[in-house]
Design a protein around this ligand. Structure first.
Ligand code: NAP
Length: 451
């Protein structure tokens, strides 16, 4: 390395921007960081994953924006690494490349009927209510009266809450206005959340779970018989205060009399979906009851019940997808690495690192990425004296001169300003531009038929 460390970060979500920030905060070496993203906008899951009504979490974008505003950082948006720019070109042009491209797809449920109309992944539903440009505004109509939400993680909680929450409470958020319109005319009356194991094994956190019990006009329904704990579950609850808090919330709700509210939210445990049934559209979920055996493992009981549902949202976890030219472990859907250093052909790949969900899998809250980024940057800095740039080229400039559309920091600032202005017209914090053409036009790049 000569005088200045040049780093490419692939993915402008929280993980990538925390990596950039950690690089800026160190004093060992002068740095320049280019943050690439497939989308014309930064913030990844914070913009397109965190629920719109989680305003405090959403406000983290102000902190991440400060990183982008630093003169040593450039945003390189609308550029797909592996397509518009080969990874090997980045590895040659920068001392180091840090992959932080997240887990953008969803896990499969693996049951018959999963492909029926009316069965959708949480990724798609969350993208829709977050105004993601890859999902059409009319992708969901909420004409269903009964919705099955599969999985008992925090995504299932978010999705269920958005489905039953009073729409007036969402008007103060940046949820897109077309989504507000659909929610206003929603026919959803019942939401059934299905957990394939017992309540002590649910992955939702108590802070998120508690919000469900506070929703106006919603009866939360829990079967007390499903809350009985076996010895293993008891031990789990003793060891984890969050599990204990979840259980006491669930017990409280199990005792609450129903008020006859217009909407009800049912939390079912020991309920494994076996099949989605319907004609063209999904109509039912066939569910099998599960139980624990003597060894504490979950087993099928053979007992089945049928849940009518005209919409099924599969919230069974995110999944990383490979980027052309980047090593990928098909089993874990992550980039293989040892302590943040990417492994290629069994050895450490010099100057190539990974952080965030594409490194450790889709678990942990946003803040987990902060410590993850710090430790990767520590390793990168330890390696820095031996890192080389083979190619003295400015990749964003080269992309632009070859006609590739690149949204830079000013382009993103223009999108941001346009969205805030549109929102202000409606007395709302922001109206997201939810199409590729809309985003690129606002960035001053005209419509380029992307998407
Ligand atoms: P998750 O916590 O891994 O939950 C996935 C759920 O799907 C689990 O209940 C899992 O059950 C179930 N599941 C998996 N495969 C299944 C199958 N074939 N059939 C039935 N159920 C199945 O994932 P997530 O909810 O997508 O959340 C991802 C991460 O983002 C988590 O770390 C979460 O905390 C975080 N997040 C946080 C917030 C927040 O802080 N507000 C919001 C959203 C997401 P098993 O446990 O039995 O496998």
């Amino acid at each position: 390395m000569n005088d200045e460390l040049r780093v490419a970060v692939v993915g402008a979500g929280p993980a990538g921007l925390y990596v950039a920030d950690s690089l800026l905060l160190q004093n060992e070496v002068p740095v320049r960081v280019d943050v690439y993203d497939r989308l014309p906008t930064p913030f990844g899951l914070l913009r397109y994953g965190v629920a719109p009504d989680h305003l405090k979490m959403k406000s983290l974008s102000k902190v991440l924006q400060r990183t982008l505003d630093d003169e040593r950082v450039r945003f390189v948006g609308g550029v797909t690494v592996g397509r518009e720019v080969p990874v090997d070109d980045l590895r040659a042009a920068y001392h180091a490349v840090v992959h932080t491209f997240g887990a953008s797809s969803d896990r499969r449920l693996g049951v018959p009927g999963e492909e029926l109309d009316g069965s959708a992944s949480a990724t798609r539903f969350v993208h829709w209510y977050s105004g993601h440009p890859d999902v059409a505004a009319d992708a969901f109509d909420l004409s269903a009266e009964s919705v099955a939400v599969i999985g008992v993680g925090n995504v299932a909680v978010d999705v269920s809450r958005i489905l039953v929450k009073d729409v007036e409470a969402l008007r103060r958020t940046d949820i897109p206005s077309n989504v507000l319109d659909v929610l206003s005319s929603s026919r959803v009356r019942e939401v059934h959340v299905l957990g394939r194991r017992g309540p002590a094994h649910a992955t939702f956190t108590s802070k998120e779970l508690r919000e469900l019990g506070e929703l106006e006009g919603v009866d939360v329904v829990v079967n007390p018989a499903e809350l009985e704990l076996d010895e293993g579950a008891e031990q789990r609850a003793q060891a984890d205060p969050d599990v204990q808090r979840n259980l006491s919330l669930l017990r409280e709700w199990a005792e609450r009399p129903r008020t006859g509210a217009a909407r009800s939210l049912h939390l079912h445990f020991w309920s494994r979906p076996l099949e989605l049934r319907g004609g063209e559209r999904v109509e039912q979920v066939v569910v099998e009851r599960t139980a624990v055996d003597e060894s504490g493992a979950v087993r099928a009981t053979g007992e089945r019940w049928t849940l009518p549902a005209q919409l099924v949202l599969r919230c069974v976890g995110y999944r990383g997808v490979p980027v052309e030219g980047v090593p990928f472990d098909d089993g874990t859907c992550t980039v293989p690495a040892h302590e943040g250093r990417v492994l290629r052909e069994g050895g450490v790949s010099t100057g190539e690192y990974v952080a965030g969900w594409i490194g450790r899998g889709p678990v942990g809250v946003l803040g987990t990425n902060r410590s993850d980024a710090e430790s990767v940057v520590e390793r990168l800095l330890a390696d820095a004296p031996g890192l080389q740039r083979r190619d003295d080229v400015d990749i964003p400039a080269r992309l632009r001169s070859s006609g590739t559309v690149v949204v830079d920091g000013a382009g993103w600032a223009a999108i941001d300003a346009a969205e805030i202005a549109l929102g202000a017209e409606q007395g709302r914090p922001r109206e997201k531009l939810a199409t590729w053409d809309g985003l690129l036009e606002a960035a001053g790049l005209g419509a380029h038929g992307r998407g």
